[in-house]
Ligand binder design. Sequence first.
Ligand SMILES: [Zn+2]
Length: 263
Amino acid sequence: MTEDPLTRMMLQLRDWTYDHYHWAFLVGTGVICQSVFFPDPKATTLAWLGCVSAGALLEPCVNPYRQLYGRSLGRLSEGVALTYDDGPGPDTPALLDLLAREKVKASFFLIGQQIEKYPEVVKRIADEGHLIGNHTYSHPNLMLCSPGRTRRELERVQQQLQQLTGQKPVFWRPPFGFRSPWTQPVASQLGLRSALWTVNPRDFQDPGSQVIVQRTQEGLQPGVIVLLHDGLEKRGQTLEATARLISQLKETTNFVRLDQTHG
Ligand SMILES: [Zn+2]
């Protein structure tokens, strides 16, 4: 996952806040800032109102579970959906071999720039019955993109995928899960439904395949959508984790594509 310094900072702040201290961290910071910078009661009230309003409007842009700016599929009614972002990449063929051996169908959210590098792999993903979704052309932070740029990012990938596979994707996933208020309305005009995730084992941090498996299992429930990555860099750990997950779960779990069950 490539990102600019601002996007990286936003990602780190979001994940750290949600992981460790949630809103207590933000409120605590606010209380400290208030006493230090805004000792005057009127200025304090205004500053608090401003911060709370800005937070309430911005938080749904970075929190993948919020629906304020358009509905997103975040959970299914049953099964487990393995989803792979940022591909195709060098490890995608091996992942496809594994999924074929295990007779598991998955969902792939592809980046336009990667599609140009691996067109044959894209055809293979479609031919082998996996769901193909749109993950934008250049993987930008859509909070920082105009409606026009957002539209171009999505439209170009729709055209690429239609030309290569004959299929027009109906699902898309915003890079990093970041959205602005106009993101989903633009996507809807192109017939695209947003699909996010329920479980994020953060395979992109390369924590080791065992940790990826463990983090996934901690969040496993019927209907979960698991976020994994097969593109941009080497994804050996994700591949190994996928193999372990499938072998541990296949007796009890129905692996589904995102469109095989209702969310
Ligand atoms: Zn991505």
